[in-house]
Design a protein around this ligand. Structure first.
Ligand SMILES: [Zn+2]
Length: 165
Protein backbone atom coordinates (compact mmCIF):
# COMPACT_ATOMS: atom_id res chain seq x y z
CA UNK A 1 0.00 0.00 0.00
CA UNK A 2 1.19 3.50 -0.86
CA UNK A 3 1.68 5.89 2.04
CA UNK A 4 0.13 9.24 1.13
CA UNK A 5 1.90 11.75 3.30
CA UNK A 6 2.63 15.46 3.03
CA UNK A 7 4.25 16.43 -0.23
CA UNK A 8 2.35 13.92 -2.31
CA UNK A 9 0.68 15.75 -5.18
CA UNK A 10 -2.26 15.03 -7.40
CA UNK A 11 -3.66 16.66 -10.53
CA UNK A 12 -7.24 17.96 -10.31
CA UNK A 13 -9.36 16.56 -13.12
CA UNK A 14 -11.34 19.81 -13.30
CA UNK A 15 -8.93 22.74 -13.11
CA UNK A 16 -5.90 20.66 -14.07
CA UNK A 17 -3.75 22.13 -11.29
CA UNK A 18 -1.34 19.95 -9.37
CA UNK A 19 -2.10 20.24 -5.65
CA UNK A 20 -1.16 18.59 -2.37
CA UNK A 21 -3.31 15.64 -1.42
CA UNK A 22 -4.68 17.64 1.54
CA UNK A 23 -6.41 19.90 -1.00
CA UNK A 24 -8.61 16.98 -2.07
CA UNK A 25 -11.53 15.60 -0.06
CA UNK A 26 -11.19 12.03 1.12
CA UNK A 27 -13.14 9.40 -0.79
CA UNK A 28 -12.87 5.80 0.34
CA UNK A 29 -13.94 4.36 -3.03
CA UNK A 30 -11.10 6.10 -4.89
CA UNK A 31 -7.79 4.38 -5.53
CA UNK A 32 -5.72 6.93 -3.60
CA UNK A 33 -8.46 7.58 -1.04
CA UNK A 34 -9.21 11.06 -2.41
CA UNK A 35 -11.59 12.63 -4.89
CA UNK A 36 -10.54 13.34 -8.46
CA UNK A 37 -11.38 17.06 -8.21
CA UNK A 38 -9.76 19.42 -5.72
CA UNK A 39 -11.69 20.91 -2.78
CA UNK A 40 -12.01 24.27 -4.49
CA UNK A 41 -13.47 22.80 -7.67
CA UNK A 42 -15.70 20.48 -5.67
CA UNK A 43 -17.15 23.38 -3.67
CA UNK A 44 -17.58 25.53 -6.77
CA UNK A 45 -19.38 22.67 -8.48
CA UNK A 46 -21.63 22.22 -5.44
CA UNK A 47 -22.45 25.94 -5.32
CA UNK A 48 -23.32 25.99 -9.01
CA UNK A 49 -25.41 22.85 -8.63
CA UNK A 50 -27.27 24.42 -5.72
CA UNK A 51 -28.00 27.58 -7.68
CA UNK A 52 -29.31 25.62 -10.65
CA UNK A 53 -31.27 23.15 -8.52
CA UNK A 54 -32.49 25.35 -5.68
CA UNK A 55 -35.71 23.42 -5.06
CA UNK A 56 -34.03 20.04 -5.31
CA UNK A 57 -31.34 21.14 -2.91
CA UNK A 58 -33.90 22.27 -0.36
CA UNK A 59 -35.60 18.89 -0.60
CA UNK A 60 -32.29 17.06 -0.21
CA UNK A 61 -31.40 19.04 2.88
CA UNK A 62 -34.82 18.38 4.37
CA UNK A 63 -34.63 14.64 3.70
CA UNK A 64 -31.08 14.45 4.98
CA UNK A 65 -31.97 16.33 8.16
CA UNK A 66 -35.01 14.14 8.84
CA UNK A 67 -33.18 10.89 8.22
CA UNK A 68 -30.18 11.85 10.25
CA UNK A 69 -32.17 13.38 13.07
CA UNK A 70 -34.06 10.11 13.55
CA UNK A 71 -30.82 8.16 13.32
CA UNK A 72 -29.09 10.51 15.70
CA UNK A 73 -31.95 10.43 18.19
CA UNK A 74 -32.15 6.66 18.08
CA UNK A 75 -28.45 6.01 18.45
CA UNK A 76 -28.18 8.64 21.13
CA UNK A 77 -31.01 7.06 23.12
CA UNK A 78 -29.52 3.60 22.81
CA UNK A 79 -26.17 4.96 23.84
CA UNK A 80 -27.68 6.62 26.91
CA UNK A 81 -29.58 3.50 27.95
CA UNK A 82 -26.47 1.38 27.56
CA UNK A 83 -24.36 3.89 29.41
CA UNK A 84 -26.79 4.03 32.33
CA UNK A 85 -26.81 0.24 32.52
CA UNK A 86 -23.03 0.01 32.54
CA UNK A 87 -22.52 2.97 34.86
CA UNK A 88 -25.34 2.55 37.35
CA UNK A 89 -23.41 4.02 40.27
CA UNK A 90 -22.27 7.02 38.27
CA UNK A 91 -25.80 7.56 36.97
CA UNK A 92 -27.33 7.40 40.46
CA UNK A 93 -24.67 9.80 41.76
CA UNK A 94 -25.37 12.12 38.85
CA UNK A 95 -29.13 12.05 39.56
CA UNK A 96 -28.54 12.72 43.23
CA UNK A 97 -26.27 15.65 42.42
CA UNK A 98 -28.81 17.05 39.95
CA UNK A 99 -31.55 16.80 42.56
CA UNK A 100 -29.56 18.71 45.18
CA UNK A 101 -28.60 21.35 42.62
CA UNK A 102 -32.14 21.78 41.28
CA UNK A 103 -34.50 21.75 44.27
CA UNK A 104 -36.99 24.07 42.56
CA UNK A 105 -37.20 21.88 39.48
CA UNK A 106 -37.82 18.85 41.68
CA UNK A 107 -40.61 20.69 43.51
CA UNK A 108 -42.10 21.72 40.19
CA UNK A 109 -41.91 18.13 38.94
CA UNK A 110 -43.62 16.86 42.08
CA UNK A 111 -46.31 19.50 41.82
CA UNK A 112 -46.94 18.52 38.21
CA UNK A 113 -47.32 14.86 39.21
CA UNK A 114 -49.72 15.85 42.01
CA UNK A 115 -51.71 18.24 39.81
CA UNK A 116 -52.14 15.72 37.02
CA UNK A 117 -53.04 12.95 39.52
CA UNK A 118 -50.51 10.69 37.82
CA UNK A 119 -50.66 6.99 38.54
CA UNK A 120 -47.45 7.13 40.54
CA UNK A 121 -48.89 9.81 42.84
CA UNK A 122 -52.15 7.90 43.34
CA UNK A 123 -50.19 4.74 44.13
CA UNK A 124 -48.21 6.72 46.65
CA UNK A 125 -51.44 7.89 48.31
CA UNK A 126 -52.80 4.33 48.41
CA UNK A 127 -49.57 3.18 50.04
CA UNK A 128 -50.00 5.95 52.60
CA UNK A 129 -53.48 4.50 53.19
CA UNK A 130 -51.86 1.20 54.11
CA UNK A 131 -52.04 -0.79 50.88
CA UNK A 132 -49.17 -2.93 49.63
CA UNK A 133 -47.92 -2.14 46.12
CA UNK A 134 -48.96 -5.61 44.87
CA UNK A 135 -52.51 -5.15 46.20
CA UNK A 136 -53.11 -2.02 44.12
CA UNK A 137 -55.24 -2.59 41.01
CA UNK A 138 -56.02 -0.17 38.16
CA UNK A 139 -59.61 0.05 39.46
CA UNK A 140 -58.34 1.13 42.87
CA UNK A 141 -56.18 3.77 41.25
CA UNK A 142 -59.18 5.07 39.30
CA UNK A 143 -61.35 5.14 42.43
CA UNK A 144 -58.69 6.89 44.46
CA UNK A 145 -58.14 9.39 41.67
CA UNK A 146 -61.85 10.24 41.62
CA UNK A 147 -61.87 10.55 45.38
CA UNK A 148 -58.91 12.95 45.31
CA UNK A 149 -60.54 14.99 42.53
CA UNK A 150 -63.78 15.12 44.51
CA UNK A 151 -62.09 16.30 47.69
CA UNK A 152 -60.15 18.89 45.72
CA UNK A 153 -63.37 20.27 44.28
CA UNK A 154 -64.93 20.27 47.76
CA UNK A 155 -61.97 22.19 49.15
CA UNK A 156 -62.26 24.76 46.36
CA UNK A 157 -65.98 25.13 47.05
CA UNK A 158 -65.36 25.63 50.78
CA UNK A 159 -62.72 28.24 50.01
CA UNK A 160 -65.09 30.06 47.65
CA UNK A 161 -67.83 30.04 50.27
CA UNK A 162 -65.47 31.31 52.99
CA UNK A 163 -64.26 34.11 50.74
CA UNK A 164 -67.75 35.26 49.90
CA UNK A 165 -68.72 35.40 53.59
ZN1 LIG B 1 -9.45 21.88 -9.12
Amino acid sequence: MVEWGVGVKKRCSKCGEEKELGKFYEAKDHKDGHQGVCKKCFILRAIIWRKVNKQKHKEYVKIWRNNNFEKYKKSNNQYLIRWRKNNRKKWIAYCRKWKTNNPLKILEQKRRVVDSLAGSYIKHLLKMNGFEINQITPQMIQLKREQVMFSRVLRQLKRAVNESN
